[in-house]
Write a protein that binds this ligand. Structure first.
Ligand SMILES: [Zn+2]
Length: 407
């Protein structure tokens, strides 16, 4: 980033008759030079302090962490009460104008995004209500056998039907009785509940249809728990953001799940031993290696899905020493004393078979085998790629093939 904007301030000495006039167009362009990100400014620098990663303001030399663009701008613009100390240095006005323009842009962008979300919300809600109205009418016709439900929807007909031993009605004829009023209120409440149920039902269906969620998810125990918990929360419940779900909540969920699975795997490891298996797979150009473990009565556990991108980019290969080292890193976490590991399964590829033999050498109780199910799977995978075969015609043309198949 250039510092030419500070130099763009008109100098008083330049206002003489011999000095060429100031190019206002040029001055305006320099003044309105905008930053796309505050981190692009030459007075804002990525830095580390006490092992923490953050940024440093080169105006006042203050270090802050973590990197937070909005707070950084508040520091530079000396806006207090935003979770960061204000800058103590004197910043030239043109620089302040540049920072202010960037902050205004951010605020306008956030407001625009908020308005867009509100519009989408209103559109989705109105469309769902149309579907809810049609569903309600359809069910109403079904439940009343096609007759209009208006006759008893307010409860007056049922209330005015006299019981043979009922006392004479002392209320004026133009007012509903207490029984009718209670009945009316009950019916109204039931109608509201039914309407709410239908609205939720349609909202769930619309969510599944429009967010590409598999229909079978509605049978998931986790989905049932979500609905159950949603009934119990208060108005102060705050929906977790996508960064929270994909960040701290994911890390916590993973850790809890991993520890639970690990204890389950190790529960009877001294009886059944530990079996390790894995294979390489490149998905969307990302070279991966998965590592799983099994133990007797416990279901298989995914221990690691290792991203080999950095290793491959540095010129490495998925060779036997590399695979063996990755497996050993995980085996040590489960079997530090080398007491339980007794089987390693790989497919028939030379690199993984060699890695299996290397693990054999390190774990004297273990031996490596070729995973038969992988070979069968590969065979049928190749078979389905072939064109359709008319078995009947082939056999009729050459009876010896029939004999071969029978044999
Ligand atoms: Zn500062």
């Amino acid at each position: 980033m250039s510092d030419s904007d500070e130099l763009a301030t008109p100098c008083p000495l330049s206002a003489t008759a011999t000095t060429p006039p100031i190019d206002l167009t040029q001055t305006k362009e320099v003044t309105l030079t905008r930053l796309k990100l505050v981190w692009h400014d030459d007075k804002v620098k990525d830095d580390k302090e006490d092992g923490k990663t953050g940024w440093r303001c080169l105006w006042c030399n203050k270090f802050s962490n973590p990197k937070h663009a909005t707070r950084a701008l508040c520091h530079l613009l000396k806006i207090s009460g935003q979770g960061i100390a204000i800058c103590k240095a004197i910043i030239p006005p043109l620089r302040l104008e540049r920072y202010r323009a960037l902050r205004d842009l951010g605020i306008a962008s956030a407001e625009c995004k908020k308005r867009g979300l509100e519009e989408v919300h209103d559109h989705v809600a109105s469309r769902q209500l149309l579907a809810v109205a049609q569903l309600t009418v359809k069910r109403s016709k079904t439940s009343t056998g096609g007759a209009a439900a208006s006759s008893n929807s307010l409860g007056f007909n049922a209330a005015t039907k006299k019981h043979p031993f009922a006392k004479p009605n002392t209320h004026p004829s133009n007012q509903p009785s207490i029984v009718a009023s209670v009945k009316n209120a009950t019916m109204t409440q039931q109608s509201i509940l039914q309407s709410n149920n239908t609205e939720l039902e349609m909202a769930i269906a619309d969510l599944f249809h429009c967010e590409n969620i598999p229909d079978s998810t509605v049978q998931s125990a986790r989905f049932a728990i979500v609905l159950k918990k949603a009934r119990l929360v208060g108005n102060d419940f705050k929906m977790p953001g996508r960064k929270m779900i994909g960040g701290p909540l994911l890390a916590l969920n993973y850790k809890t799940c991993f520890e639970e699975n690990k204890s389950l795997i190790l529960k009877n490891a001294d009886v059944y031993g530990l079996t390790w298996l894995g294979d390489g797979a490149t998905i969307h150009r990302m070279p991966l290696l998965n590592i799983l473990t099994m133990c007797g009565d416990a279901p298989p556990m995914v221990v690691s899905i290792h991203d080999c991108t950095a290793h491959m980019a540095a010129g490495g290969k998925k060779d036997a020493p590399y695979i063996s080292d990755l497996f050993e890193e995980q085996i040590v976490r489960f079997d530090k004393e080398k007491m339980f590991t007794d089987l390693v399964y790989f497919d028939g590829a030379a690199n993984v078979q060699k890695a299996g033999r290397m693990l054999n050498a390190k774990y004297p109780r273990a031996y490596a085998l070729t995973g038969g199910e992988h070979v069968i799977s590969s065979f049928f995978s190749d078979l389905v790629k072939m064109g359709a075969i008319k078995v009947f015609n082939v056999v009729s043309l050459n009876p010896s093939i029939c004999l071969l198949i029978r044999a």
